[in-house]
Ligand binder design. Structure first.
Ligand code: ASP
Length: 355
């Protein structure tokens, strides 16, 4: 991966109050219109022209841009690795990180990074925008300014939010709990099963009790991904052929079934048989609900009892974004047997443990 690097000292001639690295990956945030009105990625060297108020933050900002910024629909595990490696490399020298990313798959990348960065002790704040920075009503300016403030905020001399999170539309939420829920309005993200980490109004109010504790040892990076994962989204009337075509794909090691409500699925004999045979062949099957809020409780209803009996693993209140990225990382790092054990255990505050 190739990058362009640029350092902007917004405090000069004074000393900067903190050092923040911006990793610019692309997305709507950095688009500007050319003479013909076509949206193109902008040159970050011009950021102070778009955002003169950056000067009031008194920060030393190092911007590392992907040489070719991308729409986040093109994100792949190799991009997650690249972002993880940049953060690992600069973790010591920076006080915090802001990752500028398209909103469409931001929740996947934020989830992946929260699992990859073990023992994180600095903030990694993802943000982006629904309207390009060049538009007068753009949300890009507020999102970036506040993300930078959060990434450079200290409490008792330590970074205040030492976790991977998403700041968007006045709310800070945990990365591994986030979902994109809105494509037109500015409130694009939601964390249905975990409280917000901060709300920005006249002041930024931090929800201290919800924020993860900083890692104590050195940062380590998990970065091997195995993409042999598939999702089967259930719907009333789904056919045996459709289920078989997904479950029977050659080479898959883990299958997420996106179930109804609290983890329920059809009770038809063929459905249970197809899954049971696949589990018998060694496939890991994880139950994640289609509901954004609440959790999978297998056995609560008759319609999930058989899933429990045949060895489907409960995904609890994992989001689909967290489930996919966590499976890929665990499979890549540890293989399928260990993944079966680790998938239900919290790695980055992404799942609620039941008492
Ligand atoms: N398609 C864009 C992306 O995800 C949308 C955005 O940035 O909001 O890259």
């Amino acid at each position: 991966m190739k990058y362009k690097t640029l350092t902007i000292d917004t405090a000069l001639p004074a000393k900067p109050r903190a050092k923040v690295m911006i990793i610019y990956t692309g997305g709507t945030f950095g688009m500007v219109r050319d003479a013909k009105g076509i949206l193109l990625p902008f040159d970050f060297a011009l950021i102070l022209e778009h955002l003169p108020t950056l000067r009031n933050l008194f920060l030393q900002i190092t911007v590392i841009s992907f040489e070719h910024p991308i729409d986040s629909s093109d994100m792949e595990p190799r991009h997650w690795q690249a972002i993880g490696l940049l953060i690992q490399e600069h973790h010591q020298s920076q006080d915090g990180f802001v990752v500028l990313h398209g909103t469409d798959t931001m929740a996947y990348t934020a989830s992946a990074l929260s699992f990859m960065l073990q023992n994180l002790s600095k903030p990694v704040v993802f943000t982006g925008a629904q309207l390009p920075i060049s538009e007068s009503r753009s949300d890009a300016r507020e999102n970036l300014i506040t993300a930078l403030e959060i990434a450079s905020s200290f409490k008792d001399g330590r970074p205040r939010v030492p976790e991977v999170c998403i700041y968007f539309d006045y709310e800070l939420i945990r990365g591994s709990r986030a979902r994109k829920v809105e494509s037109m309005h500015f409130d694009a993200f939601q964390s249905e099963n975990y409280p917000h980490l901060a709300k920005a109004g006249v002041t930024i109010d931090y929800n201290e009790r919800a924020i993860q504790k900083a890692g104590t040892g050195p940062l380590s990076l998990l970065q091997k991904f195995d993409q042999s994962v598939a999702i089967l989204k259930l719907f009333p009337g789904i056919t045996e052929a459709a289920v078989e075509s997904i479950v029977g794909q050659p080479g898959i090691k883990a299958l997420i079934i996106e179930t109804f409500g609290a983890g329920n699925a059809p009770t038809a004999d063929w459905f249970i048989r197809v899954l049971k045979e696949a589990i018998g062949r060694g496939l890991l099957v994880l139950n994640v609900s289609q509901c954004p809020g609440g959790m999978v409780v297998q056995g609560k209803y008759e319609t999930s009892r058989s899933l429990l009996e045949i060895g489907v693993i409960s995904g609890g209140d994992l989001t689909i974004e967290a489930a996919v990225t966590k499976l890929m990382l665990l499979l890549g790092e540890y293989g399928v047997d260990k993944t079966r054990v680790l998938i239900g255990q919290p790695l980055a505050g992404e799942i609620t443990m039941m008492a």
